[in-house]
Design a protein around this ligand. Sequence first.
Ligand SMILES: [Zn+2]
Length: 258
Amino acid sequence: MDVPVGFVFAVLIATGLIVGSFLNVCIYRIPRKRSIVWPASRCASCERPLAWFENLPVLSYAALRGRCRTCGTRISIRYPIVELVTAAAFALDFLAFGLTPLFAVRVLFACAMIVLFAIDLEHQLLPNVITVPGSLIGFLASLFLPPGPAMSLAGIAAGGGLLWLIIEVWLRLRGVEAMGFGDVKMLAMIGAFLGLKLAILTFILSSLMGGVIGLFVIATRRGGMATALPYGTMLAVAAFIASVAGERLIDWYVHLYL
Ligand SMILES: [Zn+2]
């Protein structure tokens, strides 16, 4: 049976928006140690439970002009942004993998990266309840799918080990923590899903981003390093790029020198 690709795309975008709406719940509740399944969504300010028509991804935000209907409190622009970014991740993963089992795994991975990005940005925190089970799920998926169990284990060891080593060396040399152990566990999880090669690519891409943003901060004199983005946000973006385009990026780079 032939389903038009436009129809598949529309269904994927709609699913991505709905999943993004759930990711918003995770982003709000996980750092506050609340259940992500109960109770139903409510206004963060007046706590009134939301009606179904106030809970539609992006559309409700636009219709309500970003304010609660009862108390008038501003609703964070983060909500529609997370929903749109999640839908975009669904679309990009579909273009990269088609409707395959690997697509499902990489979409799950992208969702975890979106949640970690948003929580790290707001709380400078990368919760263990995501990174630790995430590493296990990535490894279990690799028993059946790329990168395969050996490369997944190597990715966990190299990803986690590399950042752990940087923390240790920095601590001895400078007496400060270069980053937190949340970052170590996050790169280990990235290694579990993407394997050794793409975990290293993620580390390189995230370091480049950190350098560019650092230079920008210095050039515009917008405060010290304290105002720079937390490292987990750059790991999340770099890992998503590596996940959908890593192999092509590596091919392109290798061919520059051949
Ligand atoms: Zn309200």
